[in-house]
Write a protein that binds this ligand. Structure first.
Ligand code: ADP
Length: 257
């Protein structure tokens, strides 16, 4: 009981007796703290790009004469920051939708082969030819939301590209692992130190903030993956070795389509 917060109330009862009521508030407190942290983090993440935009707008409206190249550079910086805010808001909305009980899972038969090919194409486009992206599909189709699974698998594949230096390899696979289908992305990237692994699906948790930003990360990708998998009864396991690479493995229940 040492780490728990118990609320104890003594309520007078008839005949001078009393009732002792206890209530464990540990979980409520934890959820409240997570909510506060999320709002603080999200506000901070939005404030940073907004500060840049406001700064350049102030220069533009101050009447300072700018040569065309500087003006162009300022516009580009503002556009990049606006896109960053857009990505963040999109990811925050996706997360809140996935968490909402009013947003039931729309289950359908998913054409896995087509889905994996789409995810690989997206990864190749993001890589711009700087990585080798391969696929193998040797598992059954599943029932689930194609849109949500595409978003989860797409996040894992884009992370593989973003955290793998040029010239690296990324393999995306779909296999039948006895108990059910398994989706995996394996990369030869920077890897992750063991101490971080259990925290990666927390919102805004990043091993290296600047690398995440440079590669246009919002810090919400793996939180989205976690929520999609919760809705599908799936699990995520992460294996990684710093300097060698990582594997993100999704196991889904063996529901035959
Ligand atoms: P981000 O937008 O920062 O990439 P994610 O939630 O997708 O946010 O991932 C959280 C963190 O996990 C990343 O910031 C990065 O430190 C780490 N990470 C995720 N995927 C990989 C990977 N394939 N290789 C190395 N690190 C990774």
């Amino acid at each position: 009981l040492r780490d728990r917060k118990l609320i104890v109330q003594i309520i007078p009862f008839e005949n001078r007796r009393q009732i002792l009521v206890t209530h464990d508030a540990t979980e409520t407190d934890r959820i409240e703290e997570m909510r506060r942290d999320f709002i603080a983090n999200a506000s901070h993440e939005l404030r940073t790009p907004l500060t840049v935009i406001v700064g350049f707008l102030e220069i533009a409206s101050s009447g300072t004469a700018l040569d065309p190249a500087t003006r162009e550079a300022h516009l580009k910086l503002m556009t990049d920051q606006a896109h960053r805010m857009q990505r963040l808001i999109e990811d925050m909305l996706t997360l809140s939708r996935l968490e909402s009980i009013d947003y039931p899972l729309r289950s359908e038969q998913v054409d896995v082969k087509a889905l994996i090919e789409e995810v690989a194409q997206e990864a190749r486009a993001l890589s711009g030819g700087k990585h080798q992206v391969s696929t193998s599909v040797d598992g059954p189709d599943v029932m689930g939301s194609a849109e949500e699974l595409r978003s989860a698998f797409g996040n894992l594949a884009s992370n593989a590209v973003r955290y793998t230096p040029e010239g690296g390899r990324i393999h995306i696979s779909w296999t039948n692992n006895g108990g059910g289908p398994q989706f995996a992305v394996t990369d030869t990237g920077i890897g992750i130190d063991q101490q971080h692994i259990s925290r990666l699906t927390e919102r805004f948790y990043r091993v290296d903030k600047s690398r995440s930003r440079e590669t246009q990360g919002t810090g919400l990708g793996l939180a989205i993956v976690k929520h999609v998998l919760l809705r599908h009864g799936g699990t995520l396991s992460i294996k990684s070795e710093p300097g060698k690479g990582s594997s993100f493995i999704v196991s889904l229940p063996g529901t035959k389509a």
